[in-house]
Write a protein that binds this ligand. Structure first.
Ligand code: SF4
Length: 216
């Protein structure tokens, strides 16, 4: 699956954008080789908790090649996962930094960095089979923690949740197969700088995810 993902070129707009960003680079990363390709998921294959974000950040995962790695959203995510006991370290700066996840797997609804962080509906649909295959392989997952409304729509649709409860921080939806979709605001700078998402709020959703999986 990882090989299929990293070689994918199905979305012309996203292929052009990810490669252009990788060529142009941000000045502060000018000496670094950007990944510039689709980004696979990362974590524990026996995870009971799957975390699903939106898409790679242009100068984050699209640079480092690992999901939520090398940007502020990732700093927030993995610090919270470390506090929750799901990661062995609170930082995520590069693919070779030694980060390991326990009982958790992190992935995204769309695998290529989109302009303005906004994939089109068609790009979302085109990329969905990768998430479908990934969730099928992650047979122990009981809670899917979705970061933001976009991931929620994709995951709730994929797991057949109808009607779909309204998205909100801490909202939960039960899939027909018993898996729980747990919602969190996305740890984007837009949310964390404004206090829309605070550390206690983020810690609370991870505590809830653990309570759900530990309750069996
Ligand atoms: Fe392929 Fe997904 Fe990237 Fe589109 S977004 S090119 S489907 S990996």
């Amino acid at each position: 699956l990882t090989q299929d993902i990293v070689h994918c070129r199905l979305c012309p707009r996203l292929v052009a954008w990810r490669e252009q960003v990788a060529r142009d680079r941000r000045a502060s990363f000018a000496d670094q080789e950007y990944w510039g390709r689709p980004v696979p998921g990362f974590g524990d294959p026996d995870a009971r908790i799957a975390v699903v974000g939106l898409a790679p950040a242009a100068h984050g995962a699209n640079r480092t090649g690992r999901v939520f790695t090398g940007d502020r959203s990732g700093d927030w995510l993995f610090a919270a996962m470390f506090r929750a006991g799901l990661a062995n370290q609170p930082t995520s700066v590069s693919a070779g930094d030694g980060l390991e996840l326990h009982d958790a797997y992190v992935t995204a609804a769309v695998r290529c960095a989109p302009p303005q962080n906004k994939p089109t509906p068609q790009e979302r649909t085109t990329c969905l089979p990768f998430l479908r295959r990934e969730l099928a392989l992650l047979g122990d997952v009981r809670v899917v923690l979705v970061l933001g409304q976009f991931a929620y729509q994709v995951v709730a649709g994929e797991l057949g949740i109808r009607p779909r409860p309204r998205f909100g921080h801490g909202a939960e939806a039960l899939a027909p197969d018993g898996r729980v979709v747990l919602c969190s605001y996305h740890p984007s700078q837009q949310n964390t700088f404004t206090g829309t998402l605070t550390e206690p709020m983020f810690d609370a959703v991870f505590a809830r995810a653990l309570a759900l999986v530990n309750a069996g």
